[in-house]
Write a protein that binds this ligand. Sequence first.
Ligand SMILES: Nc1ncnc2c1ncn2[C@@H]1O[C@H](COP(=O)(O)OP(=O)(O)OP(=O)(O)O)[C@@H](O)[C@H]1O
Ligand SMILES: [Mg+2]
Length: 397
Amino acid sequence: MRIESIEIKNYRVFKDVQIGDANNSPLPDLSVFVGANGSGKSTLFDVFGFLRDALIGNVHSALQKRGGFKEVRSRNTDGPIAFEIKFRESSKKPLVTYNLQIDEHDGRPIVAREILKYRRGSSGQPWHFLDFSNGAGSAITNEMDEVESEQDMQREEQVLESPEILAIKGLGQFQRFLAASAFRRLIEDWHVSDFHIEQARPSQEAGVAQHLSATGDNLPLVAQFLYERHPKIFKEILRKMTQRVPGVEKVEAESTVDGRIVLRFQDGAFKDPFIARYVSDGTIKMFAYLVLLHDPTPHPLLCVEEPENQLYPRLLEELAEEFRDYTYQGGQVMVSTHSPDFLNAVKLDEVFWLIKKDGYTQVHRASENELLQNLTKEGDLLGSLWKQGLFQGVDPQ
Ligand SMILES: Nc1ncnc2c1ncn2[C@@H]1O[C@H](COP(=O)(O)OP(=O)(O)OP(=O)(O)O)[C@@H](O)[C@H]1O
Ligand SMILES: [Mg+2]
């Protein structure tokens, strides 16, 4: 699954932005966002959080969680909050457009329009496989059939439970709607990592966890899961740990007599291991990233907030490579960063920068800047170019 472009209108600091261009320069597998504090990096990732909350609940509950429609809609605007996401299930599948507009009616947010469309064959207009407004609309039920025109497809009228519900959630007999199901999976399985050392350190009540949580607080459980169920992966994580953190020889997830799980880090120089509480911040962080990135069932989209904190600068190069490896398993990764060392390890095509001007943010792509194109061709690294002030407008004024 690949998201090729994202268009956002009236969502907080993003009054009108487009990131990636599906026709000319789609979003890469790994995209890296830099920008001053408050420029919208976390807000960008929250677009996916918002969509997931809207899918699990409805647009009303997703907005309430964020302060309500008036708080979320870009200040001083009156249009609907709108998203357009273009994606492909795989490189051979058609480009699908998902379009969502949320407006307010009698003080309640409603789904003013929701469309899922894609082109059949190589030319002509995209067909609307799903088209809903205010809780009612129609969807095509025989997507797989060979038919010549959109009119020949079977279209079913449906009324949703309420105009606050997304059609991709509320459609009856959901499995018949292929592209809608694919998009739903992408949103449901999206993951954000905003890792907090202090939350990953304590021991955990015994239990099972297969995926690392957003804050990393279930790290001991996921480590134990990998150790028991995916020993090869666990061994690989250990191999990398020993290469990257001097002294670390072994990591174990151990159950205590009171039924908790603790992580133990063995230092080659000493007989007894250190428990997680007493190893260094960077050791825990590197271990958590390796666990996150060696997930046996990777997320289709992984967003990572500022991975650089606590890590030795040279390791950031390896971490960037690790993020790319993750995408080879079919996922896509987006990273926010304030680290020139991390930027030094990424490619021109992967970098975007955010500029906030007059209250709203614009997004620029490094690969569209001629000077940066030339300088990186000559071997300059992006982190250094950023520090030299060549990402025009990015620094706080
Ligand atoms: N409705 C709105 N209209 C316009 N701007 C808004 C609205 N709601 C929030 N904002 C602004 O959006 C910004 C949110 O920034 P965000 O947290 O995404 O920044 P960030 O790039 O992640 O920063 P940091 O580097 O500090 O983590 C804030 O500056 C906030 O004032
Ligand atoms: Mg942020």
